[in-house]
Design a binder for this molecule. Sequence first.
Ligand SMILES: Cc1cc2nc3c(=O)[nH]c(=O)nc-3n(C[C@H](O)[C@H](O)[C@H](O)COP(=O)(O)O)c2cc1C
Length: 172
Amino acid sequence: MKNKIEPNAQERLMRDDDFIVSKTDLKGRISYCNRIFIEFSGYAEHELLGAQHNIIRHPDMPRGVFQFLWDTLGARKECFAYVKNMSRDGGFYWVFANVTPDMDAHGVPQGYFSVRRKPGRGAVSALSDVYKLMLEEERRAGPRDACAASIGLLTSVLKQKEVSYDQFILSI
Ligand SMILES: Cc1cc2nc3c(=O)[nH]c(=O)nc-3n(C[C@H](O)[C@H](O)[C@H](O)COP(=O)(O)O)c2cc1C
């Protein structure tokens, strides 16, 4: 389900001890979400269960970030990411997410988990700048080449800083 909500400047801030949790199937359809997820998203639980996780996608997020997330999960690895999400009323909230494959006893992924906590303001400001550049790059490249172009830009930013993605994300 894609939403056609008009984004606005109303920000919701996570509290220090909040965890926003969801589980999905292998296609990213929500199979579980906790009370705080429901609160921040503004949707009712029955609207979230079975919906694609992009129900809370914010248009300020570059597509390349999600491509990177799915590539990392596809390699059966965990992924850390700062994500700007959109609530049902068009407001937004930043999270620091750890997304992991949910493996069975044979190491085969059955779905995914995401646990999100309050992001530091410095990190949000740094990532907002990087995401803006990535988004501009995607617009320049056009839909077909958007992800490759913005991941290329992210890679060159990291190269300049001489750090890996994980080093960068976990150090800010
Ligand atoms: C466990 C899990 C959690 C996710 N959490 C979010 C999220 O909080 N916000 C979001 O926009 N996308 C999230 N995604 C990614 C979405 O599935 C989707 O790839 C993304 O919203 C981009 O959607 P689009 O391809 O329709 O643009 C999550 C995916 C998984 C597997």
